[in-house]
Ligand binder design. Sequence first.
Ligand code: CTP
Length: 408
Amino acid sequence: MSSRLLRGQPLAGRHVVLGVTGSISCYKAVELASRLVQAEAVVDVALTAHAAEFVTPLTFRSITGREPYLDMFRPHGEHGEAHVELARRADLMLIAPATASTIARIAHGLADDFVSLTALATTVPLLVAPAMDSQMWEHAATQANRTLLAERGVQFVGPAGGRLASGRVGAGRLVEPAEIVERVKARLGREHGDLVGRRVIVTAGGNREAIDPVRFIGNHSSGKQGYAIAAAARDRGATVTLISTAGLAPPPEVDVIAVSSHAEMFAAVQAACRGADVLVMAAAVADYRPVAPADHKIKRERAGDVTIELTQNADIIASVDEPGLVKVAFAAETDDLMENAARKLTAKGARLLVANDVTAPDAGFAVDTNRVTILDDRGGADELALMSKYDVGMRLLDRVAELLAEAR
Ligand code: CTP
């Protein structure tokens, strides 16, 4: 698995069976299949006859490059019992969209179409993304079937709330394909990842230090690199806590603790690090705060020119002293990158430090890519090419996983 992770692609070579059942949201299953293929998964699509009324097998064949499974009575390729073969080869089965009747079929062990047949024949993780009208989803029968399946370890993804095909507003929408792919990665990470059983704490974003109730001192950190590291750690099976000041969409299956000031982040990091394995301080921590924030808005006419006295904040990463914790620092610099970075690595007691020059246009704040050098506490410096922030996370976690393995 590690050679795949070097390319930051946890689904590479993973075999996903995508079961598609008859709902108006079938068209989204096309995008889902496409995203899975782009993530380098091997995707076999199984369709019910009703699904094939909405989207043709040809569409899925064109996207996956593989013949979809539809007819239970027609031998597929060289294998006589196609559903058993398909179920055996899979790493994960995903049914999206899943109708009320498919959920009922699987709950009650009825296997009369290719999708329910494969779901019953497989022992690999099963993810179900329902799509139906809210009344059908809320019906006691559907809810009982859901409970039954959840008790057996089936993982439900959604449904999401919103406007439904019927015009009603409620729960029943298929979760967006991008999120379903994240849930697939997270689930496979829990099955096969090299950080299973590890607790990883990540901080993200810049602190806001109050000047008065409406103004603050802040910085340009977007939080994107921290979020990408949290998602990457999750996809390798870690239990992840993300302590964030950024208002970005929370990554699925990551525990997000929202903070704002340095003091809040300090307290949250100290508490979260108890018993944790890894701390990645990607946050742009505020070094200073106003000594005496005003409790009322400072009025321009009354106050005239204002001088704000600042006092220094404690160093969060340096003050965390948890035995065995692998600490990873960041250094966003505008000058003398490598000298400053090497000095910080030692000063903060970090095993690794991610250094980047924030003046480069394709690296640093607010963009989706980064160009970093990973320094270690043995004097090594690994200069990485320009890559996505998620890939930076994966490369960094390769190094973290090595350190954790050494400590065993
Ligand atoms: N950091 C921290 N607590 C602080 C300041 C920084 O935990 N009070 C962490 C950051 O999250 C980062 C690393 O220390 O992982 C380096 O942060 P940086 O702002 O680059 O360095 P400083 O120590 O603040 O030094 P300077 O601002 O002088 O460059």
